[in-house]
Design a protein around this ligand. Structure first.
Ligand code: FE2
Length: 339
C-alpha cells in the first residue's frame, strides 16, 4: 500500500472503529452515579453490571457499614458526592430523611410499593424485606405448641429454652419496634422477664441456629434468611421456623432500602437506578441470592418464603422511619443488663 493511500485510510479506519466501539459495545456511558452502599459487594456487583449494560450508566460505589455511611452522609451534607444511599436497615434511612438529606422519589416509584415498604414522606423505598421469626427445634417442640405472641416467651414453660442476640443490630431494631408499638415500660418489663426466664445470649443470628440444631435451646429469635442458608446446604438441618400470629410485633419486617440524596445533581439517573432495583428481575435476584422477601407482587421467590400477600398480613404495622431511634434502645438494653 502506498504511503498516500495509507494517509487517507488510517483516519477512516480509526473513525469507523471508534463509532463501532461506542455504538455497539457495552453501551455509551451516558452518565455516572455515586452509590453509598451498606450492602455487600458480592451481592451488589452483578446488579450494577446489569444496570450498566442496560442503561449505559456507570455506578461508582463506596462500600461500608450502613450506620457508618449514614454518619458520613450527615457530615458531608451538601458537599457529598453521593447520589444514592442503599442501606441495610430502615433505621439509617430514617436518620437521613429526618435530617432532610433525601429527595422526594418520583410518585410512580412510591406508588409501586405497598405502604409497609416505604417511608411516609416518599423519600425512600425498601428494596427487600428481612423478617424476624420464631425458629424452633422440631425434634423437641411441635409446631402446635409454639407461642402465638412474642410476649408468651416469658412463660415458665420456656425457661432456659430460648436464645436471642442482644448485641445484634437486627435484634436491636426489633426492640426499637417494640418500644414504638408497646411503649418503653412494657418493652422493658418484657426484656427483664425474658432475662429472668433464663433466655440465652448469642453473639448473632448464626450461632442461634447452630445452638438450636445442637440441642442447647429449643426456640430462637433470628432473622428469617439464616435458616434458609442452612437448609440450602443441608436440607435435613434440624431447625424450622414460623411467624407469630398475624400483626404480632415478633413478626417485624425490617428492610434494606434506598433513597436519592437531595443534593445530587443526577436526580433523574438516580431515580432510574431505584426503579431498576424494584424491577421483577432485580427483586427475584434478592430472593434467590440472599433469600430476602421481594417488595413487589408477582416475583417468584424461594418456596420456603411465604407469599408477598401473606407477608403483608403477618407484618405488624410499624412505621419504618421510627426504627431510627436505636440510641434509646441501646440505653435500655444496657439498663436491664443485656449489653
Ligand atoms: Fe443478617
Amino acid at each position: 500500500m502506498s504511503f498516500r493511500l495509507a494517509k487517507y485510510l488510517i483516519p477512516v479506519v480509526l473513525v469507523v472503529g471508534w463509532f463501532c466501539f461506542t455504538s455497539f459495545g457495552k453501551g455509551v456511558p451516558s452518565g455516572q452515579l455515586v452509590l453509598y452502599c451498606g450492602r455487600s459487594k458480592a451481592l451488589v456487583k452483578p446488579l450494577l453490571n446489569q444496570f450498566q449494560s442496560e442503561t449505559g450508566i456507570r455506578v461508582k460505589v463506596r462500600y461500608a457499614k450502613t450506620a457508618q455511611l449514614a454518619v458520613a452522609l450527615v457530615e458531608e451534607g451538601q458537599q457529598s458526592r453521593a447520589d444514592l444511599f442503599w442501606a441495610q436497615d430502615a433505621g439509617s434511612l430514617g436518620v437521613l430523611s429526618k435530617s432532610g438529606l433525601l429527595a422526594s422519589l418520583h410518585p410512580e416509584i412510591v406508588d409501586s410499593i405497598p405502604p409497609q415498604f416505604r417511608n411516609r414522606g416518599g423519600q425512600w423505598v425498601a428494596t427487600s424485606g428481612r423478617a424476624r421469626v420464631l425458629a424452633f427445634a422440631p425434634l423437641r417442640v411441635s409446631r402446635e405448641e409454639l407461642p402465638q405472641r412474642l410476649e408468651e416467651l416469658v412463660d415458665p414453660k420456656w425457661k432456659g429454652r430460648v436464645g436471642w442476640a442482644p448485641t445484634n443490630a437486627s435484634f436491636q431494631a426489633a426492640v426499637t419496634a417494640m418500644r414504638n408499638s408497646w411503649g418503653d415500660g412494657r418493652t422493658k418489663k418484657w426484656l427483664v422477664a425474658m432475662k429472668i426466664n433464663g433466655t440465652r445470649n448469642y453473639a448473632k443470628n448464626t450461632p442461634i441456629l447452630k445452638a438450636l440444631a445442637a440441642g442447647e435451646i429449643d426456640l430462637g429469635l433470628p432473622n428469617h434468611y439464616y435458616l434458609l442458608r442452612f437448609k440450602a446446604n443441608d436440607d435435613q438441618f434440624p431447625v424450622e421456623q414460623q411467624f407469630f400470629a398475624p400483626g404480632d410485633i415478633g413478626n417485624l419486617v425490617n428492610v434494606a432500602g434506598i433513597g436519592v440524596v437531595k443534593y445530587s445533581p443526577n436526580q433523574e439517573l438516580a431515580m432510574k437506578f431505584v426503579h431498576f432495583l424494584l424491577s421483577a428481575r432485580a427483586q427475584q435476584y434478592f430472593a434467590k441470592q440472599v433469600f430476602e422477601y421481594p417488595v413487589i407482587d408477582g416475583v417468584e421467590a424461594s418456596s420456603r418464603l411465604v407469599s408477598h400477600e401473606r407477608l403483608l398480613e403477618l407484618a405488624p404495622s410499624v412505621k419504618l422511619d421510627e426504627l431510627s431511634d436505636v440510641a434509646d434502645t441501646i440505653a435500655m438494653l444496657k439498663e436491664v443488663g443485656l449489653l
